[in-house]
Design a binder for this molecule. Structure first.
Ligand code: NAP
Length: 261
């Protein structure tokens, strides 16, 4: 049964995306005009909404001209089906091109949604984060807790109900490198010294960058939500803390850069 968002329509921001596999056949994923417009229509039908606030191209499509993908986003705005549009998982050059094409259509690219955490810094390494700052594109990070790895549960073994112990396709506890767990252990000590939980440190480190407009919080329990909201109590970092975090994470990094295969 579809949820009825209508009483809250003016109080919450609703976003949707298109680009990953949604239905069989050539138009069921990637960045064709047909995929984006059909996906937006389907999202609106499922949610019972007239429009979404933000509609994203979920990933860059190397086999579709970027002009077509961005043209579809502009069309969705012109038709009143989204107020704003954004991109997700776009590396730096594709981000710059997407921004330029949208700008030439009179539609601003307002948001980039990349994965980003203390253990996944691909947007720092390829300078996507700098490009967004320079171009005035806001950023909203997904996976600041790295699927829960940055909660410390895979170090302590407190994993009852955790996704890494189920059949989750994105996280298998056995695939977490010992070097990553070692880094998490060191980060837990830093969090403790700051008077924060580890998930709070993970969120604060992501929100520290001025380019970061917001961070997505994925939770399984209400207690996790309350814990994460506590990050807002301590967002500042001393230079010493930042360099200790750098030293702790160097060898435990995970490769988060999107690939298109
Ligand atoms: N743009 C994209 O391509 C993309 C891709 C993925 C996700 N997203 C967005 O990001 C949102 C969140 O993604 P996600 O849930 O997959 O990943 P996530 O935010 O990295 O991980 C969420 C998990 O982290 C653990 N966690 C969070 N806070 C915790 C706390 N305080 N204490 C202990 N554990 C904590 C929980 O794991 P356990 O359940 O194991 O306890 C929770 O289910 C999604 O809803 C989606 O909107 C976007």
């Amino acid at each position: 049964m579809a949820h009825d968002f209508r009483p809250y329509r003016d109080e919450i921001i609703v976003s949707s995306k298109a680009g990953y596999n949604m239905w069989e056949g050539p138009y069921g994923e990637w960045g064709s005009r047909k995929n984006l417009i059909a996906s937006c229509d389907q999202s609106l039908k499922r949610s019972g909404l007239d429009y979404v606030d933000i509609f994203y191209s979920h990933r860059f499509d190397p086999n579709t001209p970027l002009e077509e993908t961005m043209g579809a986003l502009a069309h969705i705005v012109a038709r009143g089906k989204a107020l704003y549009v954004g991109i997700s998982n776009y590396p730096v050059e594709e981000t710059r091109r997407a921004h330029a094409i949208l700008k030439s259509s009179g539609v601003p690219c307002i948001l980039h949604q990349p994965s980003y955490s203390m253990l996944n810094r691909w947007i720092e390494n390829d300078k996507t984060i700098d490009a967004c700052g320079e171009l005035g594109i806001g950023m909203i990070a997904f996976s600041p807790p790295a699927q829960g790895i940055l909660s410390g549960k895979y170090n302590t073994g407190d994993t009852d109900g955790a996704r890494g112990t189920s059949n989750n396709p994105f996280l298998k506890a056995a695939n977490i490198r010992p070097e990553t767990l070692d880094a998490v252990g060191k980060l837990a000590a830093i969090a403790k010294a700051r008077g924060q939980s580890l998930p709070q440190l993970a969120l604060a480190r992501v929100l520290r960058r001025k380019e970061m407009t917001s961070a997505l919080i994925g939770v399984r329990t209400l207690a996790q939500l309350h814990d994460n909201l506590g990050a807002l109590q301590q967002l500042d970092f001393s230079p010493d803390e930042l360099s200790t975090i750098e030293a702790a994470t160097t060898s435990g990094m995970m490769d988060g850069k999107p690939c298109w295969k």
